[in-house]
Design a protein around this ligand. Sequence first.
Ligand code: ADP
Ligand code: GLC
Length: 468
Amino acid sequence: MKILHASFECYPIAKVGGLADVVGSLPKYQSNLNVKTLVVIPYYEKSFVKQQKLKEVSSGSILLDNTDYNYKVFSISGDKIKNDICLIHITNLLDREEVYGYQDENNRYLSFQFALLDWIIKDELTFDVIHCHDHHTALIPFLINYGYSYEKLRGTPTVLTIHNAQYQGHFSHEKLDMLPAFDFKHVGLLDWYGSVNPLACGIKCASRVNTVSPSYMNELKERANGLEGLLRSESEKCVGILNGIDTDFWNTETDDMLVKNYKETTVVSGKKANKKELCDRYGFNVDLPLFGFIGRLVGEKSADLLPEAIRQSINEYKEINVFVLGSGHKEIENQLKQIKEELPGKFNAHIGYDEELSHLVYAGSDFLLMPSRVEPCGLNQMYSLRYGTIPIVRRTGGLKDTVIDIGDAGFGICHDQPRVWDIYYSIGRAITLYKDTDTFRKIQKNIMKIDHSWEKSAQDYIDLYKSI
Ligand code: ADP
Ligand code: GLC
């Protein structure tokens, strides 16, 4: 079986969040199950890309907005690249440093999809399934089914994975003529509530649709920024498949971003060394429980609640340390910077993206905060478990599917509402647990053994491919 993964992110080439981790690791595990995979992402103007071995494998041109754009396809290889990956280069359109955040982002998404399909047809590549990730590549099923230039691909089965239904990529009908000619009687498939909505169109046209956890699929049928009715009506082809993690890469025994490696039997001393490093760097008392947060500082992650929850917890409980690694809304970043000034030695933050530091935080924290309002799957809690760090989560989406509360004979701390008070209360429960050293250490050791590797879910995807 031969699968094409089309995505805008892939670790280690271009990562903004969990999408990169999934596209960077799922194909590797699928290869272990004898499935051939090819990942295709845009060519980014990043120093990492320039340090790898690139080989031009194809070229061609596409028409977008009455302009001809030449594209080139490069295969990329290097020590850190574990599977077959190709990059599509389009001068002045895809060759940017950042993945998202540009004014012309719709043109970027469209050009990538057009070039990818053009290349497949021109070079007569064949795939058993084209697997699209998120709205950036969600027009592919429609184009394959109804675009006149892509007739050769008609009938190729497609899977759309929804990593996050918050982002749907919609644009105005006025831009419809940017699409290559298609059978116009199907134009309605592009529309959802008065605009062209790539994610909605992908849900309608893909052979199968999945979310990255079962609970998130159920939640989306109730609330999905306007897509709930659509997901309900398409529910026969929809399923939830829980993400896995790359347990070779996220491995405390070999992770070279830690100051000390450890395993279950050495978790206490191992975590202590990593915690000490964090505490030395950020001015914390190593004896106090350390709460970490890693992630995008946006409403979905309840990052807007963090400043108040942190301030209240430190002021009331006193004997705790909190560290935040993340970036996002400027207002939240500024509030966190202010708390840094207010509560030195108790709170610190690194505003920005830092892969290496994130590993140290997973290893060196005692608890990881994930009070998300929405969490399609969440990988942080799985990394944290593997690193012996107890997750504190709001029961939603993938967090609900992966973390069981200590009160229910589980190993984490869970709350139901995205409110400051709930986060504060959960931190209180964590402090009590921390003081019960025997139970705390037993949980630390046990959670490291929980298996969240890709093995099962990689097979679930293969079963899904086989069903189409
Ligand atoms: P999402 O994709 O919604 O951001 P996930 O939990 O699926 O959430 O994945 C987030 C990924 O991004 C994890 O690998 C996490 O470690 C990483 N990450 C998020 N923010 C940062 C940051 N500021 N620095 C380093 N890694 C980060
Ligand atoms: C999205 C979601 C996150 C999920 C990730 C990978 O970014 O927000 O919950 O883990 O995709 O599927």
